[in-house]
Each structure stands twice: as C-alpha cells, then as structure tokens.
Design a protein around this ligand. Structure first.
Ligand SMILES: *[C@@H]1O[C@H](CO)[C@@H](O)[C@H](O)[C@H]1NC(C)=O
Ligand SMILES: *[C@@H]1O[C@H](CO)[C@@H](O)[C@H](O)[C@H]1NC(C)=O
Ligand SMILES: *[C@@H]1O[C@H](CO)[C@@H](O)[C@H](O)[C@H]1NC(C)=O
Ligand SMILES: *[C@@H]1O[C@H](CO)[C@@H](O)[C@H](O)[C@H]1NC(C)=O
Ligand SMILES: *[C@@H]1O[C@H](CO)[C@@H](O)[C@H](O)[C@H]1NC(C)=O
Ligand SMILES: *[C@@H]1O[C@H](CO)[C@@H](O)[C@H](O)[C@H]1NC(C)=O
Length: 506
C-alpha cells in the first residue's frame, strides 16, 4: 500500500450507498454523498418535466404518533398532468409514481412509461416527491434546519414516505371526486421498493405496482454482499477478457505509481485532473464511480440519467480500453474509458476529483442509508474488477455513528416489509406486483428474479440495466425492451379490467 494514500472507497449509488471497505484504514462516508461530476452542460436533453404542473399538499410530519409535535405539517410537492385522463365519471385510472431519493423532476424526466401509456389507459399522471428531498422539506422548508441533527431527520423514513403517499393520493381522489378511480403505482430503484411495499401495505389504495429494479432483498442476510460487484465485473468481462484484465490490474498500477517520486504528478497529467492536489485513493474512487454507474445505466440508447452517455456505454468503455493505439499504456486506456462517463459531450476541460456537487438533491440518502436502508453492496472477491474487500457491517455502523450519532437498525426493513422466505409468504398473501430487473444492473442481485404467483410476476431482461423499462420509449429501442414494456402494459390492463369488473359487481 502506498504512503499517505487511502485505498478505500465508498460509492454512492445515485446515492444508493455503498462500496466498501475492509482493511485497517477507515474513512467516514462523506455526506451528502459525492457524485463525481464534470464541467459540462447539464440538461442537454430536452426536459419533459415541462409536461407537468407543480402542486403542493399540506402533509403531516409524523403519521405514527399523536403527540402535539407530530401535528406539524410541511409542504409536499407533486407533479400532475390530467390531459389524458378520462375523468372521475368514467373512474379512469391514476398512475402514481412513488418518488425516491431525489428531486421529483429528475424522476419525471427519466420515467416515460406512465406518460407513454397514459393515452391508452386515459390515465391521470401523478409524481409525488419523497419527504426531505427536492422542495418537500419539513421544518418550514428550511433544509438546514430539517437536516440539522438526528432529532429533525428522524421523520425521514420509508414508512413515513408511504404514509405520505397514501394520505396525499386519498385526499387528491376526494378532491377530484374520483374515489373509485383505481390507482396503479410505479417506481424505479428505491422508488420501486416503495411501489412494491405500497401495494403490500395499502392494498385498498393501490390496485397494483410496477416495481422496477427494486432491490427489496438487498438487505443484510438476504443477499450476498459480493453480488453487486460480481455483476459489474461480469458486465465488463462479457465485453472482452482484455477489458476485464486491464481494469482488474489497474489498481495496483495506480498505487505503485502514486507511491513513486513524481507519481502523483504523472497521474494528474495522465487523467487531465484539474487541481494540483490528487491522491491515489481519490483517483480510485473517481474511476470506480464511473465503472459502477456506467454498469448501472448501460442503456441501449443514448441517455442522460446521471451523466450524458452513449448507447451501450460499457461496450464503449471496453472499446476504449481495447483500443490498439494505446498499446499497453494502462492509464491512457483508463482515461479513454473514464471519458465515456465523464466527458461524453466533449466539453470537459479538466476533471475535478473533489467535485461532490449534488445536482439531483440526493443529500437525504445518507441518513436513510445509516438508519434503515442497510443495503449490502461492499464486498469484492478475487475475481472482481475492484480491489478485494470484505463487507463489514461494523464499519458501516461506526461510520454512521460518527456521521449522525445513530445506530443503524439492519433488521427493521425485513421486519416491517418481509423479505425472508418471500416466495412462501407472498404466494398466499400479496397480488398484482410486477418486479422488473435487468441482469446487467448490479442491483438485480437484490431483486425478485422469479415469479411468486400468478399475479406477482418477475420480468427479467438479460440485457437490461437499471429500470430501463421505465424510460421514455424511443424509436431505437431494441426488440427485447419493446417486448418487456408490452408485457407490462398487458398485465396492468388485466389488473384494471379485473378492478372494473369487481367495481361493477359489488
Ligand atoms: C400534459 O401533457 C400534454 C401532452 O403532452 C401537454 O400538452 C400538456 O401541456 C401537459 N399539461 C401540463 C399541465 O403540463
Ligand atoms: C436539532 O436541531 C434543531 C433545529 O436546528 C434544534 O432546535 C435542536 O436543539 C437540535 N437538537 C439537538 C439535540 O441538538
Ligand atoms: C383539495 O382542495 C382544497 C380546497 O380547494 C385545496 O386546498 C387542497 O390543496 C386540495 N388538495 C389536493 C391534494 O389537491
Ligand atoms: C509494452 O510492454 C512491453 C513489455 O513491458 C514492452 O516491451 C513494449 O515495448 C510495450 N509496448 C508499448 C507499445 O509500449
Ligand atoms: C473531453 O473531450 C474532448 C473531445 O474529445 C477533448 O478534447 C477534451 O480534452 C476532453 N476533456 C478531458 C478533460 O479529457
Ligand atoms: C445475520 O446473520 C448472522 C449469522 O446468522 C447473525 O449473526 C447476524 O446478527 C445477522 N444480522 C442481521 C442484521 O440480522
């Protein structure tokens, strides 16, 4: 190990923590979670959020107790479009997105499925923002106060968020005189977890859920902490063996170079890093961020979810690594690959490794990841493209204590929502849930990958990435993706027709 250099890296997963950590060294997670960014224009893709009207709802701070302080309220934001809605007289459906850990516009911008299918179903479209994100900030909308300590952050939890959604949608339906309009919930990633849990906890409010790339089994003792890095490794290895080997061998070369005289300067020049200061550890973190997020968002068409990227970006990265003109210059290869993620637009003049700007408002996730959302993603084995490391619950717990002064409750989510023996349990209990997973998505390791019953189905796309099904349809979408969406639409149509049948006969 090089001197003065931390070979430890934590990764936010668009805020979903976390890569980790073994070894004696330990650094606390920085909050808000750093998402390495670059100096290029944002929002170069036209913004479909112009398609929604922004509204606010006065929401209760604490749904679960009745002490006077619980009655405090805050303004919760939601986006709505009723252009396609068939209206209350026809009991036309409501498509509801259960917002996750960021500003709601960002999810609306990247979730076209509801919009694309609203005309066919004559659906009302609603996106609700998760409390403590975007503009939905308790304590008078003052983010500094709301996030000041564990006492004010304590109201940020998945159960409170689900109760918000149930309260808001029930109120909205009353307001619209649409109490019999069926609600179908949608969500991707953590939002997908919320959608699935919403259907289980509030079956009288939502008739069904499309839970896309929802790692509801990604918790301690439910999923291997190695599965996440295994899937990323497989993504790159399936492009070429050379690509895999270069990535795998690169960490040692970076460490060796960093520890040599003038080595840091060499790294700085090789990667066009802006500032004079650089550490091997920061460079490793910056590169792994790119590999992880690119694997996650390995979409078949150009996208701009985290950063602007070409179609099939993992393939593009490996192409850069396999490029014969770079010979055996590993740093030139890594630089080429990093450019796919950090500089696809070609506008970056240099790379800022310290940039932890949080352009999607993901800051609240640090608290969630330290209290109940103990998703296990940190382990890498000998085969991994990342340096070998064990996942350590204790490391996570002590970092959380350091950051927030709280002890995580890793058992809470499986206690509240289930997870152990999920097949046996949900087979007799739940209904009307679609679990979509793309197997190129590292989060699919914690997903529901096989069907549970006739109406709790798993749709698995071998070539799919993180909630690719929910993205706006394009004319370039591959056949397999079109088929996934077709199947989802058909299932939702069945839920609705069953609902209308029941409505007419009861
Ligand atoms: C809703 O979508 C329609 C169709 O794209 C659009 O014409 C309309 O302006 C949108 N409504 C709102 C309130 O943004
Ligand atoms: C937490 O923050 C709030 C709001 O800033 C403050 O009123 C309160 O005293 C703080 N509590 C503790 C225990 O520090
Ligand atoms: C329902 O209507 C009331 C009165 O017009 C309004 O204050 C409230 O914001 C509405 N609620 C929703 C969720 O639209
Ligand atoms: C690649 O490495 C080998 C052995 O280390 C060396 O002999 C060769 O010159 C290198 N090729 C290039 C293009 O740098
Ligand atoms: C970004 O890409 C452009 C175009 O390929 C290139 O000229 C520029 O040097 C790149 N920026 C960095 C920091 O590598
Ligand atoms: C996970 O399982 C191990 C071994 O059975 C047990 O010691 C540990 O307490 C469990 N952790 C959680 C969070 O349930």
């Amino acid at each position: 190990m090089g001197t003065g250099f931390i070979s430890i890296w934590f990764l936010p997963l668009f805020s979903l923590l976390v890569f980790g950590i073994s070894s004696a060294h330990f650094i606390p997670i920085r909050f808000p979670t750093p998402i390495a960014q670059f100096q290029a224009e944002k929002d170069s893709v036209s913004s479909p959020t112009g398609l929604y009207k922004e509204k606010f709802f006065t929401q209760i701070l604490d749904h679960f107790n009745f002490n006077p302080q619980s009655y405090q309220t805050f303004q919760q934001r939601y986006l709505i479009n009723d252009t396609f809605w068939g209206g209350p007289k026809k009991n036309a459906p409501i498509f509801l997105y259960t917002g996750n850990e960021g500003e709601i516009e960002w999810f609306a911008q990247n979730t076209g499925f509801m919009y694309d299918n609203a005309p066919r179903f004559k659906a009302l479209i609603v996106f609700i923002e998760h409390r403590y994100y975007g503009k939905s900030i308790p304590f008078g909308g003052n983010e500094d106060v709301a996030k000041s300590n564990a006492s004010t952050l304590g109201y940020l939890s998945s159960t409170q968020a689900l109760a918000d959604y149930a309260t808001l949608i029930t109120h909205l339906k009353n307001n619209l005189s649409a109490t019999d309009s069926p609600v179908v919930v949608f969500g991707g990633s953590y939002g997908g977890m919320l959608a699935a849990w919403f259907r289980l906890k509030y079956p009288h409010v939502a008739i069904g859920a499309l839970a896309s790339s929802a790692p509801i089994l990604g918790f301690v003792n439910l999923t291997s902490p190695y599965s996440f890095s295994k899937i990323i490794t497989q993504d790159f290895r399936s492009e070429s063996e050379n690509c895999y080997k270069v990535l795998k061998g690169s960490w040692q070369q970076i460490e060796d170079t960093a520890s040599q005289n003038g080595g840091l300067e060499k790294l700085r020049n090789s990667f066009k890093i802006c500032k004079n200061y650089i550490s091997g550890g920061a460079l490793e973190g910056w590169l792994s961020t790119a590999w992880v997020y690119t694997a996650m968002t390995d979409y078949p068409t150009p996208s701009n979810f985290l950063n602007p990227m070409p179609a099939y970006p993992v393939k593009q990265m490996c192409k850069a690594i396999d490029d014969p003109t770079t010979g055996n210059d590993t740093f030139a290869k890594l630089y080429g690959a990093a450019n796919v993620y950090y500089n696809y637009t070609g506008t970056a003049t240099c790379f800022d490794l310290d940039d932890d700007s949080d352009t999607h408002g993901l800051g609240g996730w640090g608290w969630q990841a330290c209290t109940e959302m103990i998703l296990v993603t940190g382990g890498s084995d000998e085969e991994s493209i990342f340096p070998p490391s064990d996942w350590s619950y204790d490391a996570r717990a002590s970092s959380c204590k350091f950051s927030f002064g709280v002890e995580p409750r890793p058992d809470w989510i499986p206690t509240e929502f289930g997870g152990h023996n999920i097949k046996r349990v949900l087979k007799r209990f739940g209904s009307n849930i679609i679990f979509f997973n793309g197997l190129r998505d590292p989060w699919s390791g914690g997903g529901v990958l096989s069907g549970i019953s006739k109406s709790i189905v798993a749709i698995v796309a071998e070539k799919g990435a993180h909630h690719v099904d929910l993205r706006f349809a394009t004319s370039e979408d591959p056949k397999w993706l079109q088929q996934v969406r077709k199947r989802e639409v058909k299932i939702i149509a069945k839920w609705l027709s069953e609902y209308y049948h029941d409505l007419a006969h009861t």
